[in-house]
Design a protein around this ligand. Structure first.
Ligand code: KIV
Ligand code: ZN
Length: 501
């Protein structure tokens, strides 16, 4: 039997700490469900003491998500531990994760505490957390820059106090693989009770080494890896889940006898979900999940792949749930073919969602000759996330050009009533948004706007992802259409509807 590497996902905690990545409670639950479907072992759902919103979101995830352990983060402070315990206690398997810095820099400048005081607090906080929960993780923050002798002492003491996992964070992404591997090895050799706890690693990507460092640590005996989807996280991000999982899986010769519980064919879908909801685009050349990760441009490569896939492909794209842009459906495809294709892509929609998605597919097929898998995924993801809209787009007209001031007329349907507004703007998209604002009484501030073609070709589906601030609430929303003004309008209307829901 292979030995399992525990995958601890911190997309919703460290990932969400990335500037601009904030998610609302509903979106967090959606990500958590995606992570559970992906098969992660532990979901670090948030930092409950940090805000009321975070507390409620962790609690909602602990209540709704079955399968993974649900973890809440806490400083080595009683009220933090109490909040983490209260937020996670409803989970079938809760975990409290306590952290306290052990490096000289942090102890001197940030905490202003001596080593003896840090040691005492670490032990007391783990003992306190154990009063609420039998699964307690301790992280000596900035471990990779801590004095080794002191680090060993803290790790030994927290294990004796009841920590079941000890995490060794490379908080500022400073270490390099050989050094980090030797640190893990040294912990194994110098902490007498280390066998009583799981060694975990948590790497940041400031030098672009987070994945390499995590893998080196696994080679040295770490058995839990903390990571995020698409590698999002503080500053340059965290180690990327998909890279770690696929490296362990692809290089069985380097990682013999090791495995993860991740359902690889869910990787691409989960990556897209996190990208959409956080508004963080995935670089085309991002390993495993970038749109170019499996594209072969040069003739020599294409020829090689056609003759034998493994000449230039080390991973079969479908293994990670990437089905490329192969032509699948068209105008004459029926409901059965549509449903079958969705099943092949791993989507199981409820009857009502399926009806609406099929209707959208038919409308798209009238405008676009070839419907690709990515078009289908775009349509379906819209349906899964759709809120029952208060306002629906009825029609719109825009007038724009080099010598005229852009103007839009937008008609919306609210229940059975048709509303109409006209507005000018800095561009046709701005004019449309302003017209929507007039009818809905909203004053949305556009924080981010991203337009992408879902597939190739002039008739490609345009997908617009936006972030809008409405009355202090930051909302991510999306719209897609073969018309980019319509896609923008739908995205904005989606945000307004989400706010109203
Ligand atoms: O990077 C870090 O040190 C952390 C800890 C809270 C584990 O995120
Ligand atoms: Zn971190």
């Amino acid at each position: 039997m292979d030995e399992k590497i525990i995958i601890f996902d911190t997309t919703l905690r460290d990932g969400e700490q990335a500037p601009g990545a904030s998610l609302n409670e509903k979106e967090k639950i959606e990500v958590a469900q995606g992570l559970a479907n992906l098969g992660v072992d532990i979901i670090e759902a948030g930092f409950p003491i940090s805000s009321k919103g975070d507390f409620e979101a962790v609690r909602a995830i602990a209540k709704a998500i079955k399968g993974p352990v649900i973890c809440g983060l806490a400083r080595a402070i009683k009220k933090d531990i109490e909040a983490a315990a209260a937020a996670t206690k409803i989970a079938r398997r809760p975990r409290i994760h306590v952290f306290l810095a052990t490096s000289k820099i942090h102890m001197q400048y940030k905490l202003k505490k001596a080593e003896s005081e840090i040691l005492r607090l670490a032990v007391e906080s783990v003992k306190y957390a154990r009063k609420f929960c039998k699964d307690v993780e301790f992280s000596p923050e900035d471990a990779s820059r801590s004095e080794r002798a002191f680090l060993f002492q803290v790790v030994e003491a927290v294990i004796a106090a009841g920590a079941t996992t000890v995490n060794i964070p490379d908080t500022v992404g400073y270490t390099e693989p050989q050094e980090y591997g030797s640190l893990i090895q040294a912990i194994k050799n110098n902490v007498p009770n280390i066998e009583k706890a799981i060694i975990s690693v948590h790497c940041h990507n400031d030098l672009g080494l987070a994945t390499a460092n995590s893998l080196e640590a696994v080679k040295s005996g770490a058995r839990q890896v903390e990571c995020t989807i698409n590698g999002i996280g503080e500053r340059a991000g965290n180690a990327s889940l998909e890279e770690i999982v696929m490296a362990i899986d692809t290089r069985k010769d380097i990682f013999p006898g090791l495995t993860t519980g991740i359902k690889k064919n869910q990787i691409y879908k989960t990556s897209r979900l996190v990208s959409r909801l956080t508004g963080f685009a995935i670089a085309p050349n991002k390993a495993i999940v970038g749109t170019n990760a499996f594209r072969h441009e040069s003739g020599i490569h294409q020829d090689g792949v056609l003759k034998e896939r493994s000449t230039y492909e080390i991973i079969k794209p479908s293994d990670v749930g990437f089905h490329g842009t192969g032509l699948v459906l068209g105008k004459h495809s029926g409901r059965h073919a549509f449903i079958e294709r969705l099943k092949a892509l791993g989507f199981h929609l409820e009857k009502k969602q399926l009806e609406v998605a099929f209707e959208r597919f038919k409308q798209l097929a009238d405008r676009k000759k070839n419907i690709f898998d990515d078009d289908l995924m775009s349509i379906v993801e819209d349906q899964i996330r759709a809120v029952t809209p208060l306002w629906k787009l009825e029609s719109f007209e825009v007038n724009s050009g080099t010598k005229i001031s852009p103007k839009a007329i937008v008609r919306l349907k609210k229940k059975e009533k048709i509303l109409q507004a006209e507005s000018q703007g800095d561009g046709p998209v701005d004019a449309c948004f302003k017209a929507i604002d007039k009818m809905t009484g909203t004053r949305g501030e556009l924080l981010d706007y991203r337009l992408e073609a879902v597939t190739q070709g002039k008739d490609a589906l345009g997908e617009v992802n936006i972030k809008v601030k409405i009355k202090n609430q930051v909302i991510s929303a999306r719209g897609s259409s073969t018309d980019i003004i319509e896609a923008s309008l739908l995205a904005y209307l989606n945000a307004v509807n989400k706010h109203a829901a």
